[in-house]
Design a binder for this molecule. Structure first.
Ligand code: FMN
Length: 194
């Protein structure tokens, strides 16, 4: 489990020509389905896209790696070969949006862990243009909230310790993506009682 969690990084460059079967993505959504849910209301629905033309329609609306200011996102040939769109069904929501978004974090982590186990990498994309919503036939109670881009990774991603609290990920001269994580002794705190 530790090894799988360590390997389940965010990937942003892929072997675009390597397609992923819809059945594989359905298996991943099935893992998302089994996650915990506040009030067990399970308010998320998922739309799968694997067709290359569909992927081309989605890609222009996505925001990639805000900290890599001189990189505009994956080039043609290294773009995702599939997407799973996460849609909030407000008719099923019983609690707050905050609870729903906790659920989505759990669900997408299940999904990405399952993907990585199959050698498939992904990137959650919250920074999509609102115009993406306009290209789909969504009804009033459906709200597009997150895009999960998927593909077979063509980049190397490594974890490292944060230096001087700098949490910005970066890419080195060989194209390796570095992800700083805070150290355990920084996040474990002694919490006193009043
Ligand atoms: C809710 C959420 C939204 C994210 N949105 C974006 C995004 O819009 N674009 C992007 O390139 N990465 C996005 N990411 C990926 C983060 O940048 C990534 O998780 C972070 O850099 C840490 O890397 P790691 O996932 O390998 O640990 C998002 C991650 C999460 C959890």
């Amino acid at each position: 489990m530790k090894n799988l969690i360590e390997r389940t990084r965010t990937f942003r460059r892929f072997e675009q020509d390597r397609t992923i079967d819809r059945s594989v993505l359905e298996e991943l959504v099935n893992l998302a389905r089994l996650g915990g849910s506040a009030r067990n209301c399970q308010p998320w629905q998922y739309a799968i896209f694997t067709d290359a033309d569909d992927c081309k329609k989605i890609f222009p609306y996505l925001g990639w790696a805000g900290y890599l200011s001189d990189w505009k996102g994956p080039e043609s040939g290294e773009q995702p070969s599939a997407y799973i769109l996460c849609i909030l069904n407000r008719d099923w929501l019983k609690g707050s949006d905050k609870e729903a978004h906790f659920d989505l974090g759990i669900a997408t982590q299940n999904l990405l862990l399952g993907a990585m186990e199959k050698g498939i990498g992904g990137c959650r994309i919250g920074a999509f243009s609102p115009k993406l919503t306009e290209i789909f036939k969504l009804v009033d109670h459906q709200e597009l909230s997150l895009v999960v881009a998927l593909g077979y990774p063509s980049e190397q991603v490594v974890l490292e310790a944060c230096e001087e609290a700098d949490i910005k990920y970066w890419r080195d001269g060989r194209g390796v993506h570095h992800v700083p994580k805070r150290e355990l002794d920084e996040i474990l705190i002694e919490l006193g009682f009043k």
